[in-house]
Design a protein. Structure first.
Length: 262
């Protein structure tokens, strides 16, 4: 399939408030998994962009920490085959350098990185003079100034296309959501920076499959500019975030069930 969308067309869609749908596995695991996910997502006709974690910030050592740079070649191939542009999480200057080498279209900063100004600055410095959109996830703690600080660090190195991703805020113990949505925080962010595209990540807010639709619908009702949802060809056996991933076809059904804004 020919590539139809580009970082620029995705950015335009975000700015025009036509909700952008980003999907793909929590982690790139194998070449086959990445290619099959991309093909099945493209087949739904409802997905704008392919996401995948290449370097994974895990809570404990010994968990799967990402396939690393080799996975970027799989993603590049997936983009060629499916026509879906790519977005990847970056946490270091090396991640930025490698992602740019493999033609990643949009970068994102993860919640565990946004909490650390040294890391955010390292990523920002690696992007000086580069023209690429970047999305900054909220920090895991409910600190809106830190979130804004991350966004400001990107703006200060000259990046012009900056957006935010709301993925919820960490909790202690068993709670309804893996990460409390605290909807008032992204709403306040948007009040302070009205031009900033805002994307919701129901997968990391929920941590489960059964309420993804409800969270995604709320984001659309609140006028978000896009949603990012994790998908896997075999969700129960995913190497990370197995409980919250759904198949590409289930994503297609979820997207059909959303009442979109007119
Ligand atoms: C992810 O998107 O897979 C991820 C690691 O998310 P977060 O940074 O929100 O935890
Ligand atoms: Mn994940």
């Amino acid at each position: 399939m020919e590539q139809v969308a580009t970082a620029q067309s995705i950015w335009q869609k975000l700015k025009n408030k036509q909700p952008v749908v980003i999907s793909g596995p929590c982690s790139a695991e194998t070449e086959l998994q990445v290619l099959e996910t991309a093909i099945r997502l493209a087949k739904t006709g409802k997905v704008d962009m392919l996401r995948a974690g290449i370097w994974k910030p895990r809570t404990k050592p010994g968990m799967f920490e990402g396939i690393g740079t080799e996975g970027l070649a799989w993603l590049k191939k997936a983009k060629e085959i499916s026509g879906l542009p790519l977005t990847v999480e970056v946490a270091t200057a090396k991640h930025v350098e490698d992602s740019l080498k493999y033609g990643v279209d949009i970068l994102w900063i993860g919640a565990r990185t946004t909490v650390n100004p040294f890391s955010v600055q390292e990523v920002a410095d690696a992007l000086r003079g580069v023209d690429i959109p970047i999305l900054v996830k909220n920090p895991i703690n409910p600190d809106i100034e830190l979130w804004l600080g991350g966004i400001e660090r990107m703006a200060k190195v000259g990046l012009k296309q900056i957006g935010a991703i709301h993925r919820g805020f960490s909790n202690y113990g068993n709670t309804e959501f893996r990460n409390a949505p605290m909807w008032h925080l992204p709403i306040e962010l948007k009040r302070r920076m009205p031009e900033l595209p805002l994307i919701c990540d129901p997968s990391h807010i929920s941590g489960r499959r059964d309420n993804l639709l409800e969270i995604a619908q709320k984001a659309i009702d609140l006028d978000y500019d896009g949603i990012m949802l994790e998908t896997h060809i075999d969700p129960d056996n995913a190497w990370s975030d197995a409980k919250q991933q759904i198949t590409p076809e289930a994503l297609g059904q979820l997207l059909d069930a959303i009442v979109w804004r007119q």
